[in-house]
Design a protein. Structure first.
Length: 552
């Protein structure tokens, strides 16, 4: 297989020479470094690479060039090589670059901006290049597979396992059972069709049609608590729960986090979060979650994989019950169980979940949809991020929105990127009412909510990201909730029915109607449904846990 290509373009021969030297010196062994002295020459290179079915990993272009600006060239490069990272190179002293670059980033013409190397061995330049190559390689380049999965491509259970491993940011390879690699792997471990899906771990352990708990144990995560007594139990390991675990562990509290699906929660399905503080190039939800998980563990927090089924008070202690009957006793509890997407309640589509119909972004499925017609249902940030990510692989993505606009529910930067992405179409006031397919989804029936007209369209996949249902049915009645099920906290407990709060003192801002139990993030009534807000609430709530423990 040919080495993937790094292409650099600059009409200044001296600058291009310096860039070429830096690229060849560091990356020439593993990548084919190609340089072009003009936009027209660069486009010819891109067309030639495409013709020989090779991959372009990175295109670096000067901002100001005759004929085409850097963003204009990179926009054309994207049509030829959608998966390539697109970066404008600028001079440190160029004061005219600010506004054109802001516009280019806003409409998705470029992925990032990088300063040209100012001297040999410019580590700032190489830090940026290395980050681009790392992100590209994670998605496109074969590497060490911690887990090898063999199964039927469109099997719901195979999808569930792929999604679980992807959301936990684990390196894995999926091999269709009918492929040569799949058959060879089955033969090597002495397995057959009855064992599918099959998971082989890095140490050679073979898991035959494993449960989620068995996979999690192979990942090194506990499925039962190692001890029963903690200062704080955190239910949910999404952004809010992980932030709370980091803060609690760093402040010396004996901390346990409980999660029943994947570290990172719903946020782990986000392909790229670009408005999170401190990550100017953006970060995937799974990568952010993996970093937070490692950080919390470094501060001594324990994590247990398991479904929480109950919560009760036992004197001053708070007891959390798991599905297997085990209990965790702690002095305080923090609920960060988040929300899940609402179902479409279309029987034909429910029967195809995991076989072309997915709830959530399902980032692990994107590459399998190359050349397909893909539909995304939803009008918030999660739906927009999914559409942008899928557009890098699918032939076309249609975003179906029930409302007449997404301006009230989606961030402006996402709206502008979607508007500027040629293979994304937004259909407002449109909903999915039916679909069909035998082994996998093949078509959808969509309805115009204004005219009532229906249309049957071919569809390779449907991703549903609508509404929010809080994970709260497991809670006891003493935990007060609003009508949709979101947990009431703080001053909201004092409004209306006075029996919502049992003590003389006022509830702390994130405290629920059961003293010593707190709620943060998307599961809380009145919260802002954004990753940064959830992280903030999780961190702040730990200070309130300290206040509560000091009052006991």
């Amino acid at each position: 297989m040919a080495d993937p290509v790094i292409l650099a373009v600059d009409d200044d021969a001296d600058v291009l020479g310096a860039v070429e030297r830096e690229l060849r010196k560091r990356y020439g062994v593993d990548y084919e470094v190609v340089c072009a002295a003009s936009p027209s020459a660069a486009l010819r290179v891109l067309e030639q690479v495409r013709a020989r079915d090779a991959q372009v990993v990175l295109v670096l272009a000067d901002l100001w060039m005759p004929g085409l600006t850097g963003p204009e060239l990179l926009s054309r490069a994207h049509r030829l090589h959608p998966s390539a990272r697109r970066v404008v190179l600028v001079d440190w002293t160029d004061r005219s670059a600010g506004e054109p670059l802001r516009r280019a980033v806003a409409v998705g013409q470029i992925d990032d901006v990088l300063a040209k190397p100012w001297a040999a061995g410019d580590e700032h330049f190489h830090q940026g290049i290395s980050n681009f190559l790392y992100e590209w390689a994670r998605q496109h380049r074969p590497g060490f597979e911690v887990f090898q999965v063999v199964g039927q491509r469109w099997s719901p259970r195979s999808h569930e396992i792929r999604d679980m491993l992807s959301r936990n940011s684990l390196l894995f390879g999926f091999h269709d059972a009918g492929s040569a690699d799949g058959r060879a792997l089955l033969h090597r471990v002495g397995a057959g069709e009855a064992d599918l899906p099959l998971v082989v771990t890095f140490d050679g352990t073979v898991l035959r049609h494993p449960s989620n708990a068995e996979i999690v144990e192979a990942m090194g995560v506990r499925t039962r608590p190692g001890q029963t007594g903690y200062d704080v139990s955190i239910v949910g390991a999404g952004p809010a729960g992980l932030a709370a675990a980091v803060s609690a562990g760093s402040e010396g509290l004996r901390t346990v986090g409980l999660e029943q699906e994947a570290i990172g929660g719903q946020a782990a399905t986000s392909s790229l979060i670009r408005n999170y503080l401190g990550f100017p190039r953006g970060i995937s939800g799974s990568d952010l979650a993996a970093r937070a998980f490692q950080q919390a563990g470094a501060f001594g927090a324990h994590f247990v994989y398991g479904q929480v089924t109950g919560l009760r008070a036992d004197g001053t202690d708070r007891v959390v019950t798991l599905r297997d009957g085990s209990e965790i006793i702690s002095r305080a509890v923090l609920i960060a169980t988040g929300v899940t997407y609402r179902r479409l309640a279309v029987p034909a589509l429910e029967a195809l979940i995991g076989s072309g119909v997915f709830y959530g972004a399902a980032a692990a499925e994107a590459q399998a949809l190359t050349g397909e017609e893909v539909f995304v249902v939803g009008g918030a940030n999660s739906a927009g991020q999914a559409a942008v990510h899928l557009a890098k692989h699918a032939a076309h993505v249609t975003l179906l929105v029930r409302a007449d606009t997404v301006a009230r529910t989606m961030s402006d930067y996402l709206i502008r990127i979607i508007d500027a992405t040629s293979n994304i179409t937004v259909r407002h006031q449109t909903e999915v009412i039916d679909g069909s397919g035998d082994d996998r989804l093949t078509s959808l029936v969509v309805k115009d909510r204004v005219s009532g007209a229906t249309e049957t369209v071919p569809a390779g996949a449907l991703f549903v990201l609508i509404g929010a249902q809080p994970h709260t049915p497991w809670l006891p009645d003493m935990i007060q909730r609003d009508q949709p099920g979101f947990i009431l906290t703080g001053t909201d407990l004092l409004a209306g029915t006075p029996t919502r709060w049992p003590l003389v003192r006022a509830p702390l801002p994130f405290e629920t109607s059961l003293p010593g139990v707190f709620a943060v993030g998307d599961v809380r009534h009145g919260s802002t449904k954004r990753v940064a807000s959830s992280v903030g609430e999780g961190s702040v709530a730990v200070r309130q846990v300290h206040e509560y423990l000091a009052q006991r």
